[in-house]
Write a protein that binds this ligand. Sequence first.
Ligand SMILES: [Zn+2]
Length: 183
Amino acid sequence: MSLPSTYADRNCSLARALEVVGERWTLLIIRDAFYGVRRFGDFATQLGIPRAVLTNRLKLLVREGVLTRDDGGAGTVEYQLTTKGLALWPIVRSLINWGDAFYSPTGVKRALRHDEDGGLLDHEGRCEQCGSVVAVPEIRIEPGPGFEPTNSNPDPVSAMLNTPRRLLEPLPASRAPQADESK
Ligand SMILES: [Zn+2]
């Protein structure tokens, strides 16, 4: 289900973009895809999203060419960002920065670093160590000073995502095959 198009939307690319990524959960699914989540069950576990909603959002993102849906082997289906999906990274990063700046008084929740030299990324995605704009697969994400570990046992997917890791690096596949429920 997309937002109702209005006459004004026709000449507004923001409105058009929001028809794809503006619904609740969608940017969180995309964020998780950047974090290396690929399987339906892992998105569902990590996000706590109703499965029917997850199914709808994944279908829309595949239809719009933001994600691919491929056989991941061992009877599993995997979703991965396309070039069009990867182009959303500056938006995700900027929203993370905005959230940290205004809603995380103790510091960033997750730090973004250039994995090669450990340099922090500035708000333009530039490494403060070497000055280069760091490509997505070379970005390391790790808990920052504002990160608040949960008291209870986090689910295994969250636990993996909360350890330092490169973006797009798939979660370890040593878990049981998962049925894809989005058909
Ligand atoms: Zn660097």
